[in-house]
Design a protein around this ligand. Structure first.
Ligand SMILES: C[S@@+](CC[C@H](N)C(=O)[O-])C[C@H]1O[C@@H](n2cnc3c(N)ncnc32)[C@H](O)[C@@H]1O
Length: 324
């Protein structure tokens, strides 16, 4: 049997899933695997079908196989294993998975999110920022983390003197570039690449991107290095609760992280921020239900570097003090 017929079997399997005939779907996916046993995607799809039918052990075995067969886990098999509790908890989603997910999603991202999932995080983060407009410098330099196709950039353009965006997905960036609203777009990871330069931004925004990271401590530190003293960080995350502090973040079924309020405040504080305002409001729907967003507007405290003479040692000492 040919490679082509194996992929046809997989298509049949997916059609059976749509029709709700899971037994036929499993049979078709297993037949595809018989022909091409090294095809990671086939094992992944079979895992998803097993998971849908509640056969968790078989789902885990299939996801493990899919993971073994890939050099880089672009399918997200490791993410499914973490959701099913078969892998150690993730502190962020793998870069290769997020990149592949959004490269695939890019052409239909805006239609799906805005029209079908009532996505409104960019508007709400902008409203929060705009309500503090009197605090912002004129023509602020703005960095849009995980800018995607530029939905948040469209709001920010009117306010920003300079607007830059960074994103992992080349294809999302390509959509953003078509809008001609960014002065510069960079492909990169917001945790890894945000700290390379000197501080030159007045505002950093992040709409619906920090939920692809779990632990935000490093990210908060990186953002602090890019902001001028007194600069602002406006972002949203998916809210886990209103702050009881048991767990800082949790990966949910939708394969994104939810974050807990007191941890966010602690990460920000440790990085030198003070929280100026928080809002709790729906930012999208998922399976018909509203997803509660946690919007945060924070300011990087100003550091004052002063030279003090030390009379005992007759040397100049540098003291760094926080300015409020
Ligand atoms: C749900 S979209 C949101 C896009 C945009 N901020 C908006 O509100 O329309 C998430 C975006 O974050 C990007 N992303 C996720 N994790 C990232 C990371 N670690 N570094 C850079 N970009 C990331 C994805 O590629 C995707 O374009």
């Amino acid at each position: 049997m040919s490679r082509h017929s194996a992929f046809m079997r997989l298509d049949f399997a997916l059609s059976f899933v749509d029709e709700g005939d899971f037994a036929a779907a499993i049979e078709a996916a297993e037949a595809a695997i018989e022909v091409l046993p090294q095809e990671a995607q086939f094992h992944f799809v079979l895992g998803e079908i097993f998971e849908k039918t509640g056969q968790v052990d078989k789902a885990i075995a299939s996801f493990r196989r899919a993971l073994e067969l890939q050099d880089e886990d672009t399918l997200g098999a490791g993410v499914r294993l973490a959701v099913l509790g078969d892998a150690s908890p993730l502190s962020r989603l793998p870069r290769s998975y997020v990149e592949a997910l959004f490269d695939d999603y890019a052409p239909r991202f805006e239609k799906t999110l805005v029209q079908h999932l009532s996505y409104c995080a960019p508007e709400k983060v902008f409203d929060l920022l705009f309500s503090h407009a009197s605090r912002l410098p004129k023509n602020p330099a703005v960095l849009d983390l995980g800018c995607g196709t530029g939905l948040a950039g469209e709001y920010m353009r009117a306010l920003a003197g300079r607007l830059e965006g960074i994103d992992l997905s080349k294809k999302m960036l390509k959509q953003a570039a078509k809008k001609r609203i960014y002065d510069e777009l960079t492909q990169g990871d917001i945790e890894a690449e945000v700290s390379e330069d000197a501080p030159r931004f007045d505002v950093v925004i992040a709409c619906d991107v920090l939920n692809y990271l779990g632990d935000l401590s490093l990210l908060c530190q990186r953002v602090a290095t890019r902001l001028r003293p007194g600069g602002f960080f406006a972002f949203c995350v998916e809210s886990m609760d209103r702050g009881h502090g048991q767990v800082s973040f949790e990966l949910h079924e939708g394969q994104r992280f939810m974050h807990e309020r007191t941890s966010i405040r602690a990460w920000l504080l440790a990085a030198g921020f003070e929280v100026m305002e928080e809002r709790f409001t729906p930012i999208r729907t998922e399976k018909g239900y509203p997803v509660e967003g946690h919007l945060v507007f924070a300011r990087l405290r100003k550091f004052e570097v002063t030279k003090k003479n030390n009379p005992d040692q007759d040397t100049a000492q540098t003291a760094v003090t926080l300015k409020h």
